[in-house]
Ligand binder design. Structure first.
Ligand code: SF4
Length: 503
């Protein structure tokens, strides 16, 4: 693989120099900016593990294009096993980082565009799929990280894109030229952008004919002229500047590091344009992408649940209450909810299917159920972790007080737990729980990959209520039950003769 370690990945970012702003300043050096480093380390884990022979089966795959061994984060799923390995990879990385490792959005975008461009070409005779395969080979050969950019700012939600007073609240086509196209607008809340090599821009919703200029899918290098990235704030983000402990997870941070991507008349050559006006495929692209990303949440978030459950158990042990029945009960609840989500993620992978393009996709109904469960259960298992950790989760003094020569000794004395465990470790573990159970990870579990209503809409569309009604009608005898007749040797009218006569 082109990038042989997490460290090499970090070095590969140095030369890109994207146009980034954070905390009111232009960030000249993304890699060494302290507030970004945990996010970059988390993404680096996707490279580090792919180069570790212990994880080769899960973290790497064979390219259907080049036949070479590639990082699974650039792979197009070509079997059920691929789909299952993808969610195994997500859980593993969640366990290793305790946070969002960001790279899955680009992976899901690659798979969704692969499937959709194939179908577009079948209908319109375009050459998007072949162009996309060439781009994909470039991504795979160079082991690039992509930010998947789907969410537009959306302005007035009651208006369609073409009705907005400001047309730029949805990314749109400005001009078609001989050599390429020009687009303008913005993408909001986009994970991992500052430390990606490329941005894959996709439409955000189903478009009608009047919105065809908004049906645009392109790929651009992160440092393309006209692109500005404005980094979002997160809970306790400046604690990263205060040392190691207060942050909770100073190594890998909290959630993914999101940006507003501003696209100010950005030029894209035709070989990087994968949809331009084919509005009737925008919905397919969005749904395919959303299905993939929602299926992931039973992997990555369950990996996080493993971490917080471990932290809660450690804290209970250190408090001397690990055998108390109520603690065992809470831990069992946490594990049960997490494994329910994991089962759902595995199920939507095992129930996946082959698309016309040859790539495999997940079962979309189950993928939306995965994500809907995550929006609820994450809050619940994090609540139980708070319960086990106790009130000091929000009352502990700072790390600076711990090392203060006047008061540090009191913190060491009065915040200690079971004898033999350093107070520093106890406080660090509680801070980890605070980081995961109180911070930005909660709304991320709610809104990442779409809000609960977005999942309910998809579930509603695919829930097949008519069939369920038929089943119920058959059970009560409104519809004929041929199996019942075979079992009893009588029609239902004959079988229930005595009763039906009275009716
Ligand atoms: Fe990947 Fe999970 Fe982060 Fe989405 S939330 S990018 S699936 S780690």
């Amino acid at each position: 693989m082109a990038i042989n370690s997490g460290k090499e990945y970090i070095e590969s970012l140095r030369k890109l120099k994207p146009n980034v702003y954070a905390f009111g300043e232009k960030v000249e050096n993304v890699v060494d900016y302290p507030l970004f480093q945990p996010h970059i380390n988390a993404a680096a884990m996707t490279y580090e593990l792919a180069n570790d022979p212990e994880y080769a089966d899960i973290m790497t795959a064979t390219s259907n294009i080049s036949g070479e061994k590639i990082n699974r984060f650039t792979h197009i799923h070509h079997s059920i096993e691929d789909l299952v390995n993808k969610v195994r990879m997500m859980r593993l990385l969640g366990q290793k980082t305790g946070t969002c490792f960001q790279r899955c959005v680009g992976l899901d975008g690659l798979n969704a565009v692969y499937i959709t461009t194939y179908d577009m070409d079948q209908k319109y005779g375009t050459d998007y799929h072949e162009k996309f395969k060439k781009y994909l080979k470039y991504v795979q050969d160079n082991d690039l990280m992509l930010a998947g950019a789907m969410s537009d700012p959306k302005g007035d939600r009651s208006l369609r894109p073409h009705q907005q007073p400001d047309p730029d609240v949805y990314v749109h086509l400005v001009e078609k030229k001989d050599e390429g196209i020009v687009i303008r607008g913005a993408k909001a809340h986009i994970t991992g952008t500052i430390n990606s090599h490329e941005i894959l821009i996709m439409p955000t919703r189903t478009m009608g004919e009047e919105d065809k200029d908004y049906a645009v899918c392109v790929a651009i290098p992160v440092n393309t002229e006209g692109v500005t990235l404005i980094f979002g704030r997160q809970t306790n983000d400046t604690r990263r500047l205060d040392g190691e402990i207060d942050c909770g997870n100073a190594k890998y941070g909290i959630v993914g590091g999101e940006t507003l991507i501003v696209l100010d008349n950005v030029f894209i050559p035709w070989d990087r344009v994968f949809m331009c006006g084919e509005y009737d495929f925008s919905g397919q692209l969005v749904e395919t992408f959303a299905g993939f990303h929602r299926s992931n949440y039973g992997g990555c978030k369950v990996g996080l649940a493993d971490v917080v459950t471990g932290a809660a158990f450690w804290t209970a042990e250190n408090n001397g209450v690990e055998k108390a029945p109520y603690i065992r009960d809470l831990l069992a609840e946490m594990v049960s909810m997490a494994e329910t989500c994991w089962s759902c993620s595995l199920a939507c992978s095992y129930e996946g299917s082959k698309t016309k393009s040859g790539a495999y996709t997940i079962n979309p109904l189950l993928a939306n159920v995965v994500k809907l469960n995550i929006t609820r259960f994450t809050y619940e298992w994090m609540r139980l972790a708070q319960d086990i950790a106790g009130g000091l989760i929000i009352t502990l003094p700072s790390e600076k007080d711990m090392v203060n020569p006047e008061v540090g000794k009191y913190i060491d004395k009065y915040f200690g737990g079971r004898e033999g465990t350093p107070t520093r470790d106890r406080i660090h573990m509680v801070r980890l729980i605070e980081n995961m159970a109180v911070g930005a990870g909660l709304p991320e579990a709610l809104h990442g990959a779409g809000s609960p209503q977005a999942q309910k809409m998809m579930i509603g569309r695919r829930s097949n209520l008519k069939d369920k009604k038929d089943i119920a009608e058959t059970i009560v005898g409104i519809k004929p039950d041929k199996h019942f007749e075979k079992i009893t040797g009588k029609t239902e009218d004959e079988y229930f003769e005595k009763f039906r006569k009275c009716g």
